[in-house]
Each structure stands twice: as structure tokens, then as C-alpha cells.
Design a protein around this ligand. Structure first.
Ligand code: KG4
Ligand code: ZN
Length: 342
């Protein structure tokens, strides 16, 4: 049995989890800082770092205890941490703590790419996921279409050329005075509006597998200025419908291009109800399988980091303690990718 303790502090969630053999979640603790940042309308990096410092020890203690481990001798195979991408000050808290714990317990340290972690969220919940699969990773910082083509082999098929999908939700929510985080706020407001009220542009709909959300955001700004009488609920529903249309269209196009048998969502925006429903219906109509991780697995958590860390340790071995945090770390592609869970 191989137990990995992972720490995730790349943005505004302080999380720790223990995962057995890369697939059994023994514990997963997430402490969200959303309320701390809400009054500023977005994540304040300095505040996030300080909050991680305060929250990390109790969160790790809870994860270790909930996994039934003895903190003096937890019997871990390794301690993993997200090394990037993310806010560098926030990342450093988790990376430094993980290295210190690894030294204290005399076990290896494993650095994990946060984006690769999001892919493992799907595999944790659906170990039998039929490959190749197209993963649409839609979060606050990233929008990527990835083909997972075999045991852990990834190819980036497309991505955003400007704003990430979650960023677009957050910016439009701020514009509409709906608060932070914007995704859930827009989804809630949209329930009271009509998706057909405003015919917003669907940028780059038929142009390859990249997406763009900046023009859509600008279209919302222009509409609100020109038609201040339009109900906020109608603007929210129409904006959300445009984003969902684009994301579903691109995921289907990616499956067609690659011959993938199914589509999987990952990242915070994957929690969006209308997106989940539209993708489920579109896949059913085309005979494609669809996998939608549970909402807690869509948003940031440490169980997905532990699962990715398990396979990184198997394939790459321990990460040197000299390795630092990398704010702009890219999605890992290439030969040394880890195998899927068995
Ligand atoms: O993956 P995540 O938790 O953190 C990052 O790594 O970015 O994603 C957070 C993003 C935010 O932009 C948030 O507004 C968006 O996911 N989000 C949603 C929903 N829940 C969270 N977007 C649309 N609908 C939702 N229900
Ligand atoms: Zn994330």
C-alpha cells in the first residue's frame, strides 16, 4: 500500500488529502478563503499567502487524522505539493511545508503540476474511464482542451487565446454587480432569466479548437451600456448560454478531430449546471460517453494532487528539494507522462 499526503495552495483554497495507491481517497480537507477575498471582488495574492500560512497546519492535521494515520509515524510513501501554476506566494507556502514534512518524516517530496492534478480528479472518480478521452479543463486561470490518448499521454489540442472561461464568468459577474466568485453567482442569477434574451456573439465558434472569451465580455459591456434596462438575470442567462455553446461545440469538435470515444470536464467551471447538462445531452445524441466529476472534484482540492503525485513518483521518482514553485508552469506534455490508475 502506498499512501501519499498532498498539499494544494495554488490559489485561494487551502487543501490537504491522503490518497491510497493513487485512487482511494482516505481523506480530503478543503478550507476555502472565498469569504476573505469576496469583499475585494477577486483573490488578493498577499492575503491568500497569509491565510494559507494560518490554515495549513490545522488542515494537514485534520487530513492526517481523518485518514486514520498517526502524525508521529504516518507511514507515507511521499508528501506531494502543487508546484505550479498559480500565485507564487501561495504556492510557496504549500511547497515549503511539504518539503519540511517530507524531511521530518524521512520520505520523498513530489512536485505536482496543478493542471495535471485536475485530470486525475476525473480518473479518481472514474478509474475505468474509456480512453482516448477529450478533457475540457475549464477553470479560473486556464481553459485547455486535452486529449488523454493512452496510459497518461496527453496532447494539448487547443486553449483560450485570451481570458479563461472562469475568468470571463468572474469579470462579467463583477460588471453585473453579482459578486465573487462569479461562476456560481451568474449561474444563480441566470435561473431567473432567459438565455435567448440577448443574442451574444459566440467567438471563434468555427475556427479550430482554440477559444476566445474577451470579445464576449466586451459584447456584454456594450450591451449593458446601450440597454441599461435589460434585466441582469437576462444578461447573465444569455452570457452563460454563449459560453456553454462555445465550450460544448469545441469539446465535440475535439472529439471528432481525435476520434476520442468520450468527453470529460475538469476545473471549477465544470461545476456549472447548464454546461454539464448541455454536454451530457450533446454527447448522448452522438453516442459519445461523457464523464462529469462531482462538484467538489471539479474545484481545487488536494486529493487530485495526491493522485497525480502517486503516478509522478512512480514514473519520475522523487522531486529534488531544490525545486521551487513555478507560477507559470505549463501543462505537461511529452513522453514522461504517468500511467493511469489500475
Ligand atoms: O478550478 P478552480 O476551482 O480554480 C482554478 O484553478 O482556477 O476554478 C475556479 C473558477 C472561478 O473562475 C469560478 O468562477 C468558476 O471556476 N466556477 C464556475 C462555477 N463554479 C466555479 N463557473 C461557472 N459556473 C459555476 N457553477
Ligand atoms: Zn484549479
Amino acid at each position: 500500500m502506498s499512501l501519499i499526503l498532498a498539499l494544494e495552495t495554488s490559489c485561494d483554497e487551502t487543501a490537504a488529502a491522503v490518497v491510497e495507491d493513487g485512487r482511494i481517497v482516505r481523506s480530503s480537507v478543503v478550507s476555502s478563503q472565498v469569504e476573505l477575498h469576496a469583499r475585494y471582488g477577486g483573490v488578493v495574492p498577499e492575503l491568500a499567502s497569509r491565510a494559507h500560512l494560518e490554515l495549513l497546519v490545522p488542515v494537514v492535521s485534520e487530513a492526517v487524522a481523518a485518514a486514520g494515520l498517526d502524525v508521529a509515524r504516518p507511514g507515507l510513501a511521499a508528501v506531494a505539493a502543487t508546484v505550479g501554476p498559480g500565485l507564487v506566494g501561495a504556492l510557496l507556502v504549500g511547497v515549503s511545508a511539504a518539503k519540511a514534512l517530507a524531511l521530518a518524516w524521512d520520505v520523498p517530496f513530489v512536485g505536482v503540476n496543478h493542471l495535471e492534478g485536475h485530470l486525475y480528479a476525473a480518473l479518481l472518480e472514474e478509474p475505468g474511464l474509456e480512453l482516448p478521452v477529450v478533457v475540457e479543463l475549464v477553470s479560473g486561470g486556464h481553459t485547455l482542451l486535452i486529449e488523454m490518448s493512452g496510459p497518461g499521454r496527453y496532447e494539448v489540442l487547443g486553449g483560450t487565446v485570451d481570458d479563461a472561461a472562469g475568468e470571463a464568468f468572474d469579470k462579467v459577474a463583477r460588471l453585473l454587480g453579482l459578486g465573487y466568485p462569479g461562476g456560481p453567482a451568474i449561474e444563480a442569477a441566470a435561473r431567473g432569466g432567459s438565455p435567448d434574451a440577448v443574442a451574444f456573439t459566440r467567438p471563434m465558434l468555427h475556427e479550430g479548437l482554440d477559444v476566445s472569451f474577451s470579445g464576449l465580455k466586451t459584447a456584454v459591456v456594450h450591451h449593458v451600456r446601450a440597454h441599461p434596462g435589460t434585466a441582469v438575470e437576462d444578461v447573465a442567462a444569455s452570457f452563460q448560454a454563449a459560453v456553454v455553446d462555445v465550450l460544448v461545440h469545441k469539446a465535440l469538435a475535439a472529439a471528432e478531430t481525435t476520434g476520442a470515444r468520450g468527453i470529460c470536464l475538469a476545473g471549477g467551471v465544470a461545476a456549472n449546471g447548464p454546461l454539464r447538462e448541455a454536454l451530457r445531452n450533446a454527447c448522448a445524441a452522438r453516442g459519445l460517453s461523457v464523464f462529469l466529476p462531482s462538484r467538489p472534484m471539479c474545484t481545487d482540492n488536494a486529493a487530485m494532487i495526491a493522485a497525480a503525485g502517486h503516478y509522478r513518483l512512480l514514473v519520475d521518482g522523487p522531486t529534488g528539494l531544490g525545486a521551487g514553485a513555478q507560477a507559470n508552469l505549463r501543462f505537461p506534455t511529452g513522453a514522461a507522462a504517468p500511467p493511469r490508475p489500475t
